[in-house]
Design a binder for this molecule. Structure first.
Ligand code: OFO
Length: 172
């Protein structure tokens, strides 16, 4: 059984994950609008993964007999100055999510909530990968600079990203 403070923090994190989903869906639309379908695909996969991250918290709350209290999702930005700017904002956002996860880990320690502490380790690892992926794309975008054919090659690379569901219900 979760303490009230922890249930509140996890419900808030569902909101953070769904805002992330919304942000990346908006970015996917932005990339479509500037003709970069590979980037749009990468962001669409990211959107789906964030929904999975939110659902993983949702299912965990239910498994602990806690109430689900969904909060309003804020409006994301609709446009960015450039692909580089969009990925820099993505990295900034993921650094914010890493801080949110770390704060909940601290809370689990404070409350001696071992089950939630263990559950959160998946997110701790996931955040390393999330930030690393963003940094990699930022580096490539910086290398490409104003070179249009470089940008189209990168777009082709990103079109290969495939969504893999977090799998079965017990894992999500
Ligand atoms: Fe992009 O990260 Fe969720 O948790």
């Amino acid at each position: 059984m979760l303490k009230g403070k922890m249930a509140e923090a996890l419900n808030k994190q569902i909101n953070e994950e769904f805002f992330s989903a919304y942000l990346y869906l908006s970015m996917s639309g932005y990339f479509e609008s500037i003709g970069l379908k590979g980037f749009a695909n990468w962001m669409m996969v990211q959107y789906k993964e964030e929904v999975d991250h939110g659902m993983k918290f949702y299912n965990y709350l239910l498994s602990q007999g806690a109430d689900i209290k969904l909060l309003p999702i804020a409006e994301p930005p609709h446009t960015w100055d450039s692909p580089l700017n969009a990925y820099e904002e993505t990295l900034k956002h993921e650094q914010h999510i890493t801080k949110c996860i770390n704060d909940i880990v601290d809370l689990a320690e404070e409350l001696k909530d071992r089950a939630t502490f263990n559950f959160l380790q998946w997110y701790v690892d996931e955040q390393i990968e999330e930030e690393e992926n963003d940094r990699e794309i930022i580096d490539k975008l910086k290398l490409v600079g104003d070179n249009k054919s470089g940008l189209f090659m990168l777009d082709k690379d990103l079109s290969a990203r495939i969504y893999k569901p977090l799998a079965t219900n017990e894992e999500v």
